[in-house]
Design a binder for this molecule. Sequence first.
Ligand code: SAM
Length: 248
Amino acid sequence: FGKLFIVPTPIGNLEDITLRAIRVLGEVDLIAAEDTRHSQKLLQHIDISTRLISLHDHNETQRAKQLIEKLHQGLNIALISDAGTPLISDPGYGLVNQCRANNVDVIPLPGPCAAITALSGAGLATDRFRFDGFLPAKQQAKIQALESIERETATCVFYESPRRIADTMQAVVDVLGGERKVVVAKELSKTFETFYSGTADEALEWLHADSNHQRGEFVLMVAGYKTDANEIPEEALKLLKLLMGELP
Ligand code: SAM
């Protein structure tokens, strides 16, 4: 059987492609890419002429079957996405899942990922973190998703689009409170890379202060919930209520 290589590509700065990624992309028989025209530019830049085939959200199931056949025939295939690590808020899960189910080796290469890059530079706790990808676009669902992390003690990491970042920050203020600490990482590895760190209230004000602040690509990080030392834990409260009910 051939092998499937998962190859991360730069998230903005072309220098971030690894030596191993360049070698693998040059050696494989076929590269499956989210957007072949977009990826062609990267491949030209690194002087690679390997044949490209599309694999995106809309054709993944059918394409995965075809690619598994090719892998069974002995072809080596690389999977790339438009930017960063495939499968991380990007296509590829169906293909990797099917490869594993069909005894095809999957070799993931380490490389650029916006979530990890943001987290490593934010100054928030990194011992435990939770990645939630994109929040739902619809207001009601977004609020519910934020409510579900209200008491999450790990740092929460989200991807967000420039169109929604201000609305999402408003939702963070509404649901988690304006005092919650957040970090907005924008345009990572690019010329206008920015980290804004402050309370959710301050971040909302910063986003509205200049329309440029809402342009670009964003990773939003929310500090984990901190239990107030004086606060009685919820379980203890429940127990207390029960006991009080038993009292004459
Ligand atoms: N697979 C990619 C990865 O490994 O990071 C993520 C793909 S997802 C479709 C695209 C989102 O990632 C963007 O909307 C943004 O939230 C985030 N992102 C990608 N590149 C970024 C960058 N240079 N700076 C900040 N966020 C970025």
